[in-house]
Design a protein around this ligand. Structure first.
Ligand code: PA5
Length: 453
């Protein structure tokens, strides 16, 4: 079986000679700190050997619950936000039909919808409308069990599901994925008798896609979670502490991006794809790297573009704007489908020079042309190549990014496993909403608003 590959040659050329090699001892120390649990945030290293710790029995248990939802629901709503949703969405959208929400006729799989990741009233009202008269189920995912966006949405969905299916039947199609003991989601699941899965204490949200947080929705969507985990297991081996620095794709990626950041002033990393199906992979990656590295007034800003779409919007900036960016392109070698471009006798559009070529051949030339142009324009380019867009290689990609993120955060000398910054908006929101327990904050914020008015 092949592995995903990393090509950093078009990025390293922007660095002084020997820069990447100069990280070797620090990378080794970071790898060992992760392995020995001696780094900051060591309470959250459960993801490190998670793939090889997943047993077949556990996967069978997840699959059995997924099969129940699949047999009883035409729609399953995944309620969750941040790390409690992005990984599942990334894999499901990468593997699913681009028009899944329209292709309803011969559906073998339930339609998977995502909610609990915003507080848009229109979004929720439209979701409620859509679910009317549908046999729907809910996977309520929240590690803390108290996240407002998710909890608010879950209350709406629970009531609607019970109203439409009756409390007893609703109980069979609502599943909780949450902490073992604490939080409202746990209390509710235990009281109502929902099937539930535990998010391990030592796995943080953004590193949790290979727990039931990601595995259950992915299995419900009809994808092969065994193959996903196998890919992650193989990448766990390929990026382990015993793999030499120069041969380890995760440590190479970590070192190159830190080199670009500290030695070449590249403050923004754009993850780009040439397959619209990878859009949410980049969204997942943005959270993983943004929450892990953006702290202590440091960190590469993670951005994302879908090419060639965004070449017609962001392309100008990337080619010609401030030279503070580098690009990481995720490329898929072979598409799953084959579509040849037809010849046309009249050739009115002048495209006969493409006749007989696969559409992907055009896409690949767009990719190569973009790479050459952007490198010429001063944008370092890292290329990650996936042989195919399937469960196995997505499992590899997920673990590759996780491992590299842990190492990269430690090279940056931050704790990659906490996210203190995300609490600030919540505190203000709770104060503004007069949440019980926030009386002092409510008073302070009202005074501040009065002063600012
Ligand atoms: O990575 C993280 O820890 C966060 O993004 C969380 O996943 C997110 O805030 C959702 O939290 P919870 O699962 O507790 O609802």
């Amino acid at each position: 079986m092949k592995n995903i590959t990393l090509d950093t040659s078009k990025a390293v050329q922007f660095l002084p000679a020997g820069t990447v090699e100069s990280y070797e001892s620090r990378v080794k120390a970071a790898q060992e700190a992760l392995e020995n649990g001696t780094c900051e945030g060591s309470d959250f290293l459960g993801w490190l050997h998670l793939p090889t710790e997943i047993s077949d029995e556990f996967l069978a248990e997840v699959q059995a619950v997924a099969d129940t939802l699949r047999s009883k629901c035409e729609v399953v709503v995944v309620a969750g936000i941040g790390g409690s949703y992005l990984g599942a969405r990334a894999v499901i959208e990468a593997l699913g039909n681009s028009f899944a929400w329209l292709v309803n006729d011969d559906r073998k799989n339930p339609n998977i919808l995502f909610a609990g990741n915003n507080i848009g009233e229109d979004y929720l009202a439209e979701l409620t409308d859509y679910l009317k008269n549908k046999k729907f189920g809910v996977i309520n995912i929240s590690k803390s069990g108290t996240t407002t966006e998710t909890a608010l949405t879950f209350r709406l969905l629970k009531k609607q599901c019970e109203a439409q299916r009756g409390k007893d039947e609703a109980k069979d199609v609502i599943v909780a994925v949450t902490d073992a003991r604490k939080g409202a989601a746990r209390t509710c699941a235990d009281k109502e008798g929902y099937k539930s899965f535990i998010i391990p204490d030592n796995v943080g949200g953004r590193f949790s896609v290979l727990t039931p947080v990601g595995l259950l929705p992915i299995a419900v969507a009809g994808f092969d979670i065994k193959a996903l985990v196998k890919g992650a297991q193989d990448m766990e081996k390929a990026t382990g502490t015993d793999v030499p620095f120069a041969e380890n794709p995760a440590t190479q990626y970590a070192a190159v991006r830190q080199g670009l950041y500290t030695q070449a002033g590249k403050k923004i990393e754009i993850v780009a794809n040439f397959q619209p199906k990878l859009h949410f992979i980049a969204e997942w990656w943005k959270q993983l790297y943004g929450e892990s590295e953006g702290k202590d007034k440091k960190g590469i800003f993670p951005a994302a573009c879908d090419f060639t779409t965004d070449l017609h919007s962001m392309g100008q900036w990337i080619q010609d704007g401030e030279r503070s960016i580098f690009e990481t392109v995720i490329s898929v070698e072979t598409p799953e489908r084959k579509l040849d471009f037809p010849a046309d006798e009249e050739n009115l559009d002048g495209l006969n020079f493409l006749a007989g070529k696969r559409v992907d051949e055009v896409n690949k030339m767009a990719e190569l042309g973009t790479r050459l142009a952007h490198v010429d324009g001063g944008v370092p380019n890292i290329r990650i190549s996936m042989p195919q867009l399937n469960e196995y290689y997505l499992g590899q990609l997920i673990y590759f990014f996780e491992r590299a993120c842990g190492v990269s955060g430690l090279l940056e000398e931050v704790n990659p496993f906490n996210q203190p910054g995300v609490e600030a908006y919540k505190k203000n929101m709770f104060a503004l909403l007069n949440k019980p327990g926030y009386e002092a904050e409510s008073k302070a914020i009202q005074e501040r608003l009065a002063q600012e008015a």
